[in-house]
Ligand binder design. Structure first.
Ligand code: NAD
Length: 269
């Protein structure tokens, strides 16, 4: 018996990285999982992600382990497509119990995205991928969860959404992730009377294939500083985050709502 037997989960951005780990963990707990992503083969973009795969997709991995999964390609920035995706999951499995709004990320380089020189187009793009994508997914599942009078929504901020970088770079991403954290507090108030919880996680530096390929090749000094600022003196793993998602998706967190949980090993702020 799994804790999520009979439950249905949607994870966005689940083709690789953190989203893949969330999808696999929820499936391991017994949930049927809709693995959604802009590109269900996005793991091919980063060597470490491609190497980590044990089957040809996250869906195939879950099915090989005996779980139930469907794959749906959807852009979370497209409100109508998000609504259609949620409708398809509901038609297929009759309910939606867990939503993990994981799709998102940044664009551009920190040096080019300082707070006082932000390119409006980049700001719009990153706000769209993160904040609007999250809001569209929550809007789409809310009527279903309200009818059920139950549901667990998990949104994804970042430590960059809790405190600013020392040089003011990546301000568009930080602002979008801060907005997600605060939006989640409002969501919890809105949906709480229907028995629905809404909580947010704020990962620190987590060694996904993307981070290993794009952030870690920085200087030895930068990498040492990054680790030394963390109380636990190590970077995070996708499983560090998946464990917190398990907590927020299961009955362990039934009386927890409207909180933002940093998953950063005790990063100095
Ligand atoms: N890895 C970290 O250190 C870290 C730290 C803090 C927060 N986060 C957040 O966690 C989430 C996942 O991070 P990751 O490192 O696994 O990222 P990643 O880039 O490796 O994976 C993101 C996945 O989301 C998909 N995606 C991107 N835009 C999308 C869209 N518009 N619609 C649907 N799918 C889309 C991508 O195709 C990809 O499969 C992101 O929201 C990110 O901002 C990550």
């Amino acid at each position: 018996m799994g804790k999520l037997d009979g439950k249905v989960a949607i994870v966005t951005g689940a083709a690789r990285g953190l989203g893949r780990a969330y999808a696999r963990r929820l499936a391991g707990l017994g949930a049927k999982v809709a693995v959604t992503d802009l590109n269900l083969r996005s793991f091919e973009e980063f060597e470490a992600e491609a190497q980590a795969m044990t089957a040809e997709s996250t869906v195939a991995e879950i099915q090989a382990a005996g779980g139930g999964a469907i794959g749906i390609e959807v852009d979370v920035c497209d409100e109508k497509a998000v609504a259609a995706m949620v409708q398809r999951v509901s038609d297929e499995w009759g309910r939606v119990d867990v939503l993990v709004c994981n799709a998102g990320g940044g664009r551009g380089r920190p040096v080019d995205t300082k707070a006082s020189t932000l390119d409006p187009a980049l700001l719009q793009l990153v706000t769209g991928m993160n904040l609007y994508g999250t809001v569209y997914c929550c809007n789409a599942v809310a009527p279903i969860m309200k009818r059920q009078r139950s549901g667990k929504i998990i949104t994804v901020s970042s430590v960059a959404g809790l405190s600013a970088s020392t040089d003011g770079g990546y301000a568009h991403y930080g602002a979008a992730k801060a907005a997600i954290a605060h939006y989640t507090r409002y969501l919890a108030q809105d949906l709480g009377p229907f028995g629905i919880t809404a909580n947010c996680i704020a990962p620190g530096t987590i060694t996904t294939g993307r981070i290993v390929a794009t952030v870690m090749p920085g200087s030895a000094d930068a990498n040492r500083d990054r680790t030394e600022r963390i109380a636990l003196r190590r970077l995070g793993t996708v499983e560090d985050c998946a464990k917190v998602v398990e907590f927020l998706a299961t009955d362990l967190s039934d009386y927890v709502s409207g909180v933002v949980i940093p998953i950063d090993g005790g990063l100095l702020r």
